[in-house]
Write a protein that binds this ligand. Structure first.
Ligand SMILES: *[C@@H]1O[C@H](CO)[C@@H](O)[C@H](O)[C@H]1NC(C)=O
Ligand SMILES: *[C@@H]1O[C@H](CO)[C@@H](O)[C@H](O)[C@H]1NC(C)=O
Length: 212
C-alpha cells in the first residue's frame, strides 16, 4: 500500500533536484534557495535515492535516513516563502517529514510490522478490489470501513493498541492521501499553495464512489 507513495515522493525529490537553479524569473531567489538546500544532500540523493524500488518503505533504517533528509531540507527552506514553487515543495517535504517521523518511530514501526495479516483479514470482511485500494489519494466509504476494521484489529494487539500508535498510523495515512492528492494537482499545475499542518489531516473529505 505504501510502495507507490514512496516512489511518488522520490519522484518529487528528483524533480526538485533536476530543477535548473539558473532559470531566470521573478522567483529565481527561491529557486536558488531550493538548490542550495539540496546541495549538501546531493551525494545522498545520487547514491541512495537513485534506484529505489519502493521496497525501501519497509526498511526503517532507509526511511529514517530519508526522513532525516526531508527534515533538514524542509528546515533549510524555511517558512518565509512567497512563490508557489517553493511553497509547494515546502508542503511536500513537510508532509513527508511528518509521515516519516510518525510511521518510523520505533514503537509505531513495531506495530506496522504486524499490520499485514490484519489488513488481509479485514480485506475478507470489507471486499475492496486491489485497484480501489490503490486509489488512496481519494477516500471512499469502503476505504473508511477498511481503516476502521484495521483499527479495531490494532486495538486487540498488545503491540499496537496504544492510542498514540493508532493515531499516528491513521494520521500518516491521511497525510499520505493529502500529499498524493496535492501531488496530482501539482503535476496538472492546479495546486493551491498550502502550508502542511496536522490540522489538515482530520479534514480529509470522504469521496463519493467513482468521483475522483
Ligand atoms: C540525521 O542527520 C544528522 C545531521 O544532519 C546526523 O547527525 C544523524 O546521524 C542523521 N541520522 C540518521 C539516522 O541518518
Ligand atoms: C483521517 O481522515 C478521516 C476522514 O476525513 C477522518 O474521519 C479521521 O478522523 C482522520 N484521522 C485522524 C487521526 O485525523
Amino acid at each position: 500500500m505504501f510502495n507507490c507513495s514512496l516512489i511518488i515522493l522520490i519522484i518529487i525529490v528528483s524533480i526538485i533536484s533536476a530543477d535548473n537553479p539558473s532559470d531566470l524569473g521573478k522567483c529565481q531567489q527561491e529557486d536558488l534557495l531550493l538548490a542550495d538546500c539540496l546541495e549538501p544532500h546531493q551525494n545522498y540523493i545520487e547514491t541512495s535515492l537513485f534506484d529505489v524500488s519502493g521496497r525501501e518503505i519497509s526498511s526503517s533504517t532507509f526511511m529514517r535516513k530519508f526522513t532525516n533528509f526531508t527534515k533538514s531540507f524542509a528546515t533549510c527552506i524555511g517558512t518565509d516563502l512567497i512563490c508557489d514553487t517553493a511553497r509547494h515543495y515546502k508542503f511536500f517535504v513537510d508532509g513527508l517529514t511528518y509521515i516519516g517521523e510518525n510511521l518510523y518511530d520505533p514503537k509505531v514501526f513495531k506495530c506496522l510490522e504486524r499490520i499485514s495479516p490484519k489488513l488481509q483479514d479485514c480485506l475478507n470482511t470489507v471486499p475492496l478490489s486491489f485497484r480501489n485500494l490503490r486509489k488512496y489519494q481519494s477516500y471512499t466509504s469502503d476505504q473508511k470501513k477498511l481503516m476502521n476494521c484495521v483499527i479495531e484489529r490494532m486495538k486487540d494487539d498488545q503491540v499496537c493498541k496504544n492510542r498514540k500508535i493508532i493515531d499516528s498510523v491513521e494520521k500518516s495515512l491521511n497525510a499520505t492521501r493529502l500529499i498524493i492528492r496535492n501531488y496530482k494537482r501539482f503535476r496538472r499545475g492546479i495546486m493551491e499553495p498550502i502550508v502542511f499542518s496536522e490540522s489538515l489531516l482530520s479534514g480529509i473529505e470522504v469521496m463519493k464512489k467513482k468521483k475522483i
